[in-house]
Design a binder for this molecule. Structure first.
Ligand code: AMP
Ligand code: MG
Length: 439
Protein backbone atom coordinates (compact mmCIF):
# COMPACT_ATOMS: atom_id res chain seq x y z
CA UNK A 1 0.00 0.00 0.00
CA UNK A 2 1.22 3.49 -0.81
CA UNK A 3 2.67 5.22 2.25
CA UNK A 4 1.07 8.47 3.32
CA UNK A 5 4.02 10.67 2.46
CA UNK A 6 1.87 13.67 1.59
CA UNK A 7 -1.57 14.89 2.55
CA UNK A 8 -4.19 17.52 1.72
CA UNK A 9 -6.72 19.09 4.08
CA UNK A 10 -10.19 20.22 3.05
CA UNK A 11 -12.46 22.24 5.34
CA UNK A 12 -16.09 22.85 4.54
CA UNK A 13 -18.45 25.38 6.07
CA UNK A 14 -20.20 28.59 5.06
CA UNK A 15 -19.13 29.98 8.44
CA UNK A 16 -15.47 29.49 7.46
CA UNK A 17 -15.64 30.92 3.96
CA UNK A 18 -17.52 34.03 5.17
CA UNK A 19 -14.96 34.74 7.90
CA UNK A 20 -17.48 34.15 10.69
CA UNK A 21 -15.38 31.38 12.24
CA UNK A 22 -11.66 30.77 12.20
CA UNK A 23 -10.57 27.46 10.71
CA UNK A 24 -8.75 26.05 13.70
CA UNK A 25 -9.23 22.45 12.51
CA UNK A 26 -7.00 23.01 9.50
CA UNK A 27 -4.27 24.43 11.67
CA UNK A 28 -4.53 21.55 14.14
CA UNK A 29 -4.58 18.87 11.43
CA UNK A 30 -1.66 20.45 9.59
CA UNK A 31 0.43 20.43 12.71
CA UNK A 32 -0.51 16.81 13.58
CA UNK A 33 0.39 15.62 10.08
CA UNK A 34 3.63 17.58 9.99
CA UNK A 35 4.76 16.18 13.34
CA UNK A 36 4.25 12.67 11.90
CA UNK A 37 6.46 13.41 8.90
CA UNK A 38 3.53 13.65 6.48
CA UNK A 39 3.98 16.75 4.31
CA UNK A 40 0.85 18.83 3.90
CA UNK A 41 0.88 19.89 0.24
CA UNK A 42 -2.46 21.71 -0.09
CA UNK A 43 -5.21 23.07 2.15
CA UNK A 44 -8.57 24.23 0.82
CA UNK A 45 -11.69 25.79 2.34
CA UNK A 46 -15.02 25.53 0.54
CA UNK A 47 -18.61 26.61 1.29
CA UNK A 48 -21.40 24.10 1.97
CA UNK A 49 -22.07 23.62 -1.72
CA UNK A 50 -22.16 20.09 -3.15
CA UNK A 51 -20.67 20.89 -6.53
CA UNK A 52 -17.71 22.85 -5.12
CA UNK A 53 -17.15 20.35 -2.34
CA UNK A 54 -17.14 17.36 -4.70
CA UNK A 55 -14.93 19.04 -7.31
CA UNK A 56 -12.41 20.14 -4.68
CA UNK A 57 -12.44 16.75 -3.01
CA UNK A 58 -11.78 15.04 -6.34
CA UNK A 59 -8.99 17.45 -7.21
CA UNK A 60 -7.25 17.02 -3.85
CA UNK A 61 -7.41 13.22 -4.10
CA UNK A 62 -5.13 13.52 -7.14
CA UNK A 63 -2.56 15.61 -5.24
CA UNK A 64 -1.70 13.23 -2.38
CA UNK A 65 -2.44 9.70 -1.13
CA UNK A 66 -4.21 11.10 1.94
CA UNK A 67 -7.02 13.66 2.31
CA UNK A 68 -8.50 14.78 5.61
CA UNK A 69 -11.89 16.51 5.36
CA UNK A 70 -13.28 18.58 8.24
CA UNK A 71 -16.97 19.40 8.71
CA UNK A 72 -20.22 18.86 6.85
CA UNK A 73 -21.22 15.69 8.68
CA UNK A 74 -24.13 17.13 10.68
CA UNK A 75 -27.83 16.31 10.13
CA UNK A 76 -28.87 19.40 8.12
CA UNK A 77 -29.31 20.12 4.41
CA UNK A 78 -26.07 22.07 4.52
CA UNK A 79 -24.07 19.03 5.63
CA UNK A 80 -22.90 17.57 2.34
CA UNK A 81 -19.62 15.80 2.97
CA UNK A 82 -21.05 12.27 2.82
CA UNK A 83 -22.83 13.10 -0.46
CA UNK A 84 -19.61 14.57 -1.91
CA UNK A 85 -17.63 11.50 -0.85
CA UNK A 86 -20.19 9.22 -2.52
CA UNK A 87 -19.91 11.22 -5.75
CA UNK A 88 -16.11 11.28 -5.58
CA UNK A 89 -16.11 7.48 -5.08
CA UNK A 90 -18.74 7.04 -7.84
CA UNK A 91 -20.77 5.26 -5.21
CA UNK A 92 -24.24 5.40 -3.66
CA UNK A 93 -25.31 6.27 -0.16
CA UNK A 94 -26.71 3.45 1.94
CA UNK A 95 -27.97 3.34 5.51
CA UNK A 96 -25.45 1.88 7.92
CA UNK A 97 -27.44 -0.37 10.25
CA UNK A 98 -24.89 -0.32 13.04
CA UNK A 99 -24.78 3.49 12.94
CA UNK A 100 -28.59 3.57 13.00
CA UNK A 101 -28.71 1.35 16.10
CA UNK A 102 -25.92 3.32 17.77
CA UNK A 103 -27.59 6.68 17.11
CA UNK A 104 -30.95 5.35 18.41
CA UNK A 105 -29.28 4.24 21.59
CA UNK A 106 -27.24 7.43 21.92
CA UNK A 107 -30.34 9.62 21.69
CA UNK A 108 -32.42 7.39 23.99
CA UNK A 109 -29.71 7.34 26.69
CA UNK A 110 -29.74 11.13 26.69
CA UNK A 111 -33.53 11.38 26.72
CA UNK A 112 -33.56 12.96 23.25
CA UNK A 113 -36.12 12.20 20.56
CA UNK A 114 -35.29 10.84 17.14
CA UNK A 115 -35.44 13.60 14.57
CA UNK A 116 -36.01 12.55 10.96
CA UNK A 117 -33.12 14.76 9.88
CA UNK A 118 -30.80 12.61 11.94
CA UNK A 119 -31.23 9.75 9.45
CA UNK A 120 -28.77 11.67 7.29
CA UNK A 121 -26.04 10.87 9.81
CA UNK A 122 -26.50 7.12 9.34
CA UNK A 123 -25.72 7.31 5.60
CA UNK A 124 -22.42 6.29 4.06
CA UNK A 125 -21.16 5.50 0.57
CA UNK A 126 -21.62 1.71 0.20
CA UNK A 127 -17.85 1.14 -0.11
CA UNK A 128 -16.91 3.47 2.76
CA UNK A 129 -16.75 2.63 6.45
CA UNK A 130 -17.98 4.68 9.34
CA UNK A 131 -15.72 6.00 12.06
CA UNK A 132 -17.33 6.01 15.51
CA UNK A 133 -17.81 9.31 17.28
CA UNK A 134 -17.16 8.98 21.01
CA UNK A 135 -18.09 12.58 21.74
CA UNK A 136 -21.01 13.56 19.46
CA UNK A 137 -23.65 12.21 17.09
CA UNK A 138 -21.92 12.57 13.71
CA UNK A 139 -19.98 9.45 12.68
CA UNK A 140 -16.93 10.03 10.49
CA UNK A 141 -16.20 8.31 7.19
CA UNK A 142 -13.28 6.58 5.53
CA UNK A 143 -13.35 5.82 1.83
CA UNK A 144 -10.83 5.35 -0.96
CA UNK A 145 -11.03 7.47 -4.10
CA UNK A 146 -9.10 6.08 -7.08
CA UNK A 147 -7.37 2.74 -7.33
CA UNK A 148 -4.01 1.09 -6.69
CA UNK A 149 -1.05 3.44 -6.41
CA UNK A 150 -3.31 6.31 -7.40
CA UNK A 151 -5.75 5.58 -4.58
CA UNK A 152 -6.31 8.28 -1.98
CA UNK A 153 -7.52 7.55 1.55
CA UNK A 154 -10.18 10.10 2.43
CA UNK A 155 -11.01 10.55 6.10
CA UNK A 156 -14.03 12.77 6.82
CA UNK A 157 -14.19 14.12 10.37
CA UNK A 158 -16.85 16.18 12.16
CA UNK A 159 -16.35 19.95 12.46
CA UNK A 160 -16.54 20.49 16.25
CA UNK A 161 -12.85 20.57 17.24
CA UNK A 162 -13.24 18.25 20.25
CA UNK A 163 -15.03 15.63 18.11
CA UNK A 164 -12.50 15.99 15.32
CA UNK A 165 -9.49 15.48 17.58
CA UNK A 166 -11.05 12.53 19.44
CA UNK A 167 -11.87 10.78 16.14
CA UNK A 168 -8.44 11.59 14.76
CA UNK A 169 -6.79 9.83 17.70
CA UNK A 170 -9.17 6.88 17.84
CA UNK A 171 -9.71 6.10 14.16
CA UNK A 172 -7.35 8.00 11.85
CA UNK A 173 -3.96 7.72 13.56
CA UNK A 174 -4.05 3.90 13.72
CA UNK A 175 -4.88 3.75 9.98
CA UNK A 176 -2.10 6.09 8.80
CA UNK A 177 1.02 4.87 7.04
CA UNK A 178 3.60 7.63 7.62
CA UNK A 179 6.81 7.41 5.55
CA UNK A 180 9.05 4.81 7.22
CA UNK A 181 12.39 6.11 5.96
CA UNK A 182 11.89 9.69 7.13
CA UNK A 183 12.45 11.28 10.49
CA UNK A 184 10.81 14.60 11.15
CA UNK A 185 11.78 16.78 14.08
CA UNK A 186 10.98 20.44 14.57
CA UNK A 187 12.25 23.01 17.05
CA UNK A 188 11.20 26.63 17.45
CA UNK A 189 13.22 29.56 18.73
CA UNK A 190 11.90 33.05 19.54
CA UNK A 191 14.12 35.97 18.57
CA UNK A 192 13.67 39.69 19.38
CA UNK A 193 15.49 42.94 18.80
CA UNK A 194 16.29 42.25 15.16
CA UNK A 195 14.19 42.73 12.01
CA UNK A 196 13.25 39.90 9.67
CA UNK A 197 15.40 41.16 6.80
CA UNK A 198 18.42 41.78 9.07
CA UNK A 199 18.01 38.31 10.52
CA UNK A 200 17.90 36.75 7.05
CA UNK A 201 21.03 38.57 5.92
CA UNK A 202 22.84 37.73 9.16
CA UNK A 203 22.07 34.03 8.81
CA UNK A 204 22.76 34.01 5.05
CA UNK A 205 23.19 30.44 3.74
CA UNK A 206 21.70 28.96 6.94
CA UNK A 207 18.30 29.99 5.55
CA UNK A 208 18.76 28.32 2.14
CA UNK A 209 15.55 26.50 1.15
CA UNK A 210 17.48 23.35 0.18
CA UNK A 211 19.16 23.01 3.53
CA UNK A 212 18.61 20.27 6.12
CA UNK A 213 17.48 21.24 8.72
CA UNK A 214 15.37 23.77 6.89
CA UNK A 215 15.20 27.08 8.77
CA UNK A 216 12.13 29.27 8.29
CA UNK A 217 11.03 32.42 10.05
CA UNK A 218 7.63 33.88 10.96
CA UNK A 219 6.95 37.25 12.61
CA UNK A 220 4.19 38.00 15.09
CA UNK A 221 3.73 41.08 17.29
CA UNK A 222 7.41 42.00 17.29
CA UNK A 223 8.71 38.49 17.96
CA UNK A 224 10.39 36.45 15.21
CA UNK A 225 10.07 32.70 15.47
CA UNK A 226 12.69 30.54 13.81
CA UNK A 227 11.46 27.09 12.84
CA UNK A 228 14.20 24.46 12.46
CA UNK A 229 12.74 21.46 10.67
CA UNK A 230 14.62 18.28 9.96
CA UNK A 231 12.73 16.04 7.53
CA UNK A 232 15.11 13.49 6.11
CA UNK A 233 16.91 10.19 6.53
CA UNK A 234 18.39 8.94 9.78
CA UNK A 235 17.21 8.27 13.29
CA UNK A 236 15.55 10.65 15.72
CA UNK A 237 18.94 11.04 17.43
CA UNK A 238 20.56 12.06 14.13
CA UNK A 239 17.81 14.60 13.52
CA UNK A 240 18.09 16.03 17.04
CA UNK A 241 21.88 16.25 16.73
CA UNK A 242 21.57 18.19 13.46
CA UNK A 243 19.08 20.58 15.08
CA UNK A 244 21.28 20.94 18.21
CA UNK A 245 24.22 21.90 16.00
CA UNK A 246 22.12 24.57 14.28
CA UNK A 247 20.81 25.93 17.57
CA UNK A 248 24.42 26.27 18.78
CA UNK A 249 25.35 28.09 15.56
CA UNK A 250 22.32 30.37 15.87
CA UNK A 251 23.14 31.13 19.51
CA UNK A 252 26.66 32.11 18.52
CA UNK A 253 25.30 34.40 15.78
CA UNK A 254 22.35 35.93 17.60
CA UNK A 255 23.43 35.90 21.26
CA UNK A 256 20.96 37.65 23.56
CA UNK A 257 18.59 38.31 20.66
CA UNK A 258 17.42 34.75 21.25
CA UNK A 259 14.48 35.03 23.62
CA UNK A 260 14.16 31.28 24.11
CA UNK A 261 12.20 28.14 23.31
CA UNK A 262 9.67 29.02 20.60
CA UNK A 263 7.11 26.51 21.83
CA UNK A 264 6.63 28.72 24.90
CA UNK A 265 5.02 32.15 25.09
CA UNK A 266 7.04 35.27 25.87
CA UNK A 267 5.36 35.44 29.28
CA UNK A 268 6.26 31.84 30.04
CA UNK A 269 9.87 32.53 29.08
CA UNK A 270 10.01 35.68 31.22
CA UNK A 271 8.43 34.02 34.26
CA UNK A 272 11.02 31.23 33.94
CA UNK A 273 13.87 33.74 33.50
CA UNK A 274 12.76 35.72 36.57
CA UNK A 275 12.60 32.46 38.52
CA UNK A 276 16.15 31.51 37.48
CA UNK A 277 17.40 34.95 38.50
CA UNK A 278 15.49 34.81 41.81
CA UNK A 279 13.80 38.12 40.96
CA UNK A 280 10.22 39.38 41.14
CA UNK A 281 8.26 41.67 38.84
CA UNK A 282 5.42 44.15 39.30
CA UNK A 283 3.60 46.18 36.66
CA UNK A 284 1.92 49.59 36.40
CA UNK A 285 -0.37 49.72 33.40
CA UNK A 286 -2.19 52.61 31.85
CA UNK A 287 -3.13 52.01 28.19
CA UNK A 288 -2.82 48.22 28.48
CA UNK A 289 -5.27 48.20 31.41
CA UNK A 290 -3.99 44.97 32.97
CA UNK A 291 -3.15 43.09 29.78
CA UNK A 292 0.48 42.58 30.79
CA UNK A 293 -0.56 41.30 34.21
CA UNK A 294 -3.09 38.98 32.57
CA UNK A 295 -0.45 37.61 30.19
CA UNK A 296 1.91 36.92 33.07
CA UNK A 297 -0.71 35.35 35.34
CA UNK A 298 -1.79 33.04 32.52
CA UNK A 299 1.43 31.15 33.26
CA UNK A 300 0.87 28.46 35.88
CA UNK A 301 3.11 29.05 38.89
CA UNK A 302 3.71 32.70 37.99
CA UNK A 303 3.04 33.75 41.58
CA UNK A 304 6.63 32.93 42.55
CA UNK A 305 7.94 35.66 40.22
CA UNK A 306 5.02 38.01 39.53
CA UNK A 307 4.09 40.18 42.52
CA UNK A 308 1.08 41.97 40.99
CA UNK A 309 0.39 45.41 39.66
CA UNK A 310 -1.49 48.65 39.43
CA UNK A 311 -3.99 49.60 36.77
CA UNK A 312 -3.56 53.35 36.66
CA UNK A 313 -5.72 54.53 33.81
CA UNK A 314 -6.56 57.99 35.15
CA UNK A 315 -4.03 60.66 36.04
CA UNK A 316 -5.48 60.71 39.56
CA UNK A 317 -4.66 57.05 40.12
CA UNK A 318 -1.19 57.44 38.61
CA UNK A 319 -0.58 59.88 41.47
CA UNK A 320 -2.59 58.15 44.20
CA UNK A 321 -1.42 54.58 43.57
CA UNK A 322 2.00 54.94 41.97
CA UNK A 323 3.05 58.27 43.50
CA UNK A 324 3.62 60.05 40.19
CA UNK A 325 3.77 63.81 41.04
CA UNK A 326 0.77 65.55 39.51
CA UNK A 327 3.10 68.42 38.43
CA UNK A 328 5.11 65.91 36.35
CA UNK A 329 1.92 64.82 34.58
CA UNK A 330 0.87 68.46 34.08
CA UNK A 331 4.27 69.40 32.68
CA UNK A 332 4.97 66.46 30.34
CA UNK A 333 1.60 64.79 29.86
CA UNK A 334 0.58 61.33 31.07
CA UNK A 335 2.07 59.82 27.91
CA UNK A 336 5.71 60.79 28.32
CA UNK A 337 9.04 59.24 29.15
CA UNK A 338 9.10 61.13 32.48
CA UNK A 339 5.76 59.66 33.58
CA UNK A 340 6.72 56.15 32.38
CA UNK A 341 9.88 56.37 34.50
CA UNK A 342 8.01 57.70 37.53
CA UNK A 343 5.32 55.03 37.19
CA UNK A 344 7.93 52.28 37.04
CA UNK A 345 9.83 53.65 40.07
CA UNK A 346 6.64 54.21 42.03
CA UNK A 347 5.31 50.72 41.30
CA UNK A 348 8.61 49.16 42.28
CA UNK A 349 8.82 51.07 45.55
CA UNK A 350 5.22 50.36 46.50
CA UNK A 351 5.30 46.67 45.66
CA UNK A 352 8.89 45.98 46.77
CA UNK A 353 9.36 43.84 43.64
CA UNK A 354 12.84 43.51 42.13
CA UNK A 355 11.60 45.05 38.87
CA UNK A 356 8.61 47.08 37.73
CA UNK A 357 7.45 47.60 34.18
CA UNK A 358 5.23 50.61 33.43
CA UNK A 359 3.27 51.28 30.27
CA UNK A 360 1.66 54.58 29.29
CA UNK A 361 0.47 55.40 25.80
CA UNK A 362 -2.26 56.15 23.30
CA UNK A 363 -3.93 52.97 22.07
CA UNK A 364 -6.42 54.82 19.85
CA UNK A 365 -8.40 55.03 17.72
CA UNK A 366 -8.90 58.54 19.20
CA UNK A 367 -6.75 60.64 21.48
CA UNK A 368 -3.72 61.11 19.24
CA UNK A 369 -2.11 64.46 18.34
CA UNK A 370 0.56 65.57 15.90
CA UNK A 371 3.22 65.37 18.59
CA UNK A 372 1.90 62.14 20.08
CA UNK A 373 0.01 60.18 17.44
CA UNK A 374 -2.04 57.06 18.16
CA UNK A 375 0.38 54.22 18.86
CA UNK A 376 2.77 56.39 20.89
CA UNK A 377 3.71 54.40 23.98
CA UNK A 378 6.41 54.88 26.62
CA UNK A 379 7.53 51.87 28.60
CA UNK A 380 9.58 52.21 31.76
CA UNK A 381 11.58 49.55 33.55
CA UNK A 382 12.75 50.16 37.12
CA UNK A 383 15.02 47.94 39.15
CA UNK A 384 18.10 47.79 36.99
CA UNK A 385 21.48 49.06 38.12
CA UNK A 386 20.77 52.58 36.88
CA UNK A 387 17.80 54.96 36.89
CA UNK A 388 14.68 53.59 35.19
CA UNK A 389 15.17 52.69 31.56
CA UNK A 390 12.53 54.16 29.24
CA UNK A 391 11.84 53.34 25.63
CA UNK A 392 9.62 55.29 23.27
CA UNK A 393 7.56 53.28 20.76
CA UNK A 394 5.32 54.13 17.84
CA UNK A 395 3.21 51.01 17.35
CA UNK A 396 1.14 50.51 14.23
CA UNK A 397 -2.18 48.67 13.96
CA UNK A 398 -5.49 48.65 15.75
CA UNK A 399 -6.14 49.48 19.40
CA UNK A 400 -5.83 45.77 20.11
CA UNK A 401 -2.50 45.58 18.23
CA UNK A 402 -1.08 48.62 20.04
CA UNK A 403 -1.97 47.17 23.43
CA UNK A 404 -0.64 43.67 22.61
CA UNK A 405 2.54 45.08 21.08
CA UNK A 406 3.11 47.33 24.10
CA UNK A 407 2.74 44.46 26.56
CA UNK A 408 5.02 42.23 24.44
CA UNK A 409 7.65 44.96 24.11
CA UNK A 410 7.66 45.48 27.87
CA UNK A 411 8.59 41.82 28.27
CA UNK A 412 11.28 42.26 25.62
CA UNK A 413 12.80 45.08 27.70
CA UNK A 414 12.80 42.83 30.74
CA UNK A 415 14.57 40.10 28.73
CA UNK A 416 17.50 42.36 27.85
CA UNK A 417 17.67 43.65 31.44
CA UNK A 418 17.82 40.11 32.84
CA UNK A 419 20.54 39.22 30.33
CA UNK A 420 22.35 42.48 31.07
CA UNK A 421 22.75 43.05 27.34
CA UNK A 422 24.71 46.23 26.62
CA UNK A 423 24.18 48.25 24.58
CA UNK A 424 20.48 47.40 24.65
CA UNK A 425 19.28 46.12 21.24
CA UNK A 426 16.46 48.16 19.76
CA UNK A 427 13.03 46.53 19.71
CA UNK A 428 10.66 46.64 16.75
CA UNK A 429 8.66 49.94 16.56
CA UNK A 430 11.10 51.62 18.98
CA UNK A 431 11.90 55.30 18.34
CA UNK A 432 15.45 56.33 19.20
CA UNK A 433 17.59 54.54 21.77
CA UNK A 434 16.68 53.35 25.23
CA UNK A 435 17.02 56.24 27.71
CA UNK A 436 17.66 56.29 31.37
CA UNK A 437 15.53 58.87 33.08
CA UNK A 438 15.97 60.37 36.50
CA UNK A 439 12.62 61.09 38.07
P1 AMP B 1 -20.13 20.58 10.96
O1 AMP B 1 -19.45 19.29 11.23
O2 AMP B 1 -19.78 21.14 9.62
O3 AMP B 1 -21.61 20.51 11.18
O4 AMP B 1 -19.57 21.65 12.00
C1 AMP B 1 -20.13 21.78 13.27
C2 AMP B 1 -19.49 22.92 14.02
O5 AMP B 1 -18.10 22.71 14.16
C3 AMP B 1 -19.55 24.27 13.31
O6 AMP B 1 -20.74 24.95 13.56
C4 AMP B 1 -18.38 25.00 13.89
O7 AMP B 1 -18.72 25.56 15.14
C5 AMP B 1 -17.36 23.91 14.13
N1 AMP B 1 -16.42 23.82 13.02
C6 AMP B 1 -16.64 23.35 11.78
N2 AMP B 1 -15.56 23.42 11.00
C7 AMP B 1 -14.60 23.98 11.77
C8 AMP B 1 -13.23 24.31 11.54
N3 AMP B 1 -12.66 24.07 10.35
N4 AMP B 1 -12.53 24.87 12.54
C9 AMP B 1 -13.13 25.10 13.72
N5 AMP B 1 -14.40 24.79 14.02
C10 AMP B 1 -15.14 24.24 13.06
MG1 MG C 1 -20.75 22.73 8.68
Amino acid sequence: MTPHTRACILSTGDELITGQLQDTNMRWLASELTIMGISVVQCATVPDDLETLTATMLRLTTCAPLLIVSGGLGPTEGDLTRHALAEAMSDQLVTDDAAQRWLDEFLRSRGRNWNALQARQTLRPSRARMLPNAVGTAPGLHGVVGEGVLGCDVFCLPGPPNELSAMWRASVLPALRPPADQTVRTRLLHVIGIGEADLASKLGPMMARTRLPLIGVTASQGVLTLRLRYAGPGSRLDADAAIDADVAALSAQLGDNILGDGSLSTSELMIAALGRAGKTLAVAESCTGGLLGAMLTQVPGSSTSFSGGLIVYSNGLKTALAGVPSELIAEHGAVSSQVAAALASGARERTAASYALAITGIAGPDGGSVAKPVGTVYIGLAGGATEPEVRHFRFSGTREDVRARAAGSALGMLHFELRQTNPRPKLLWQQGDAQTAAC
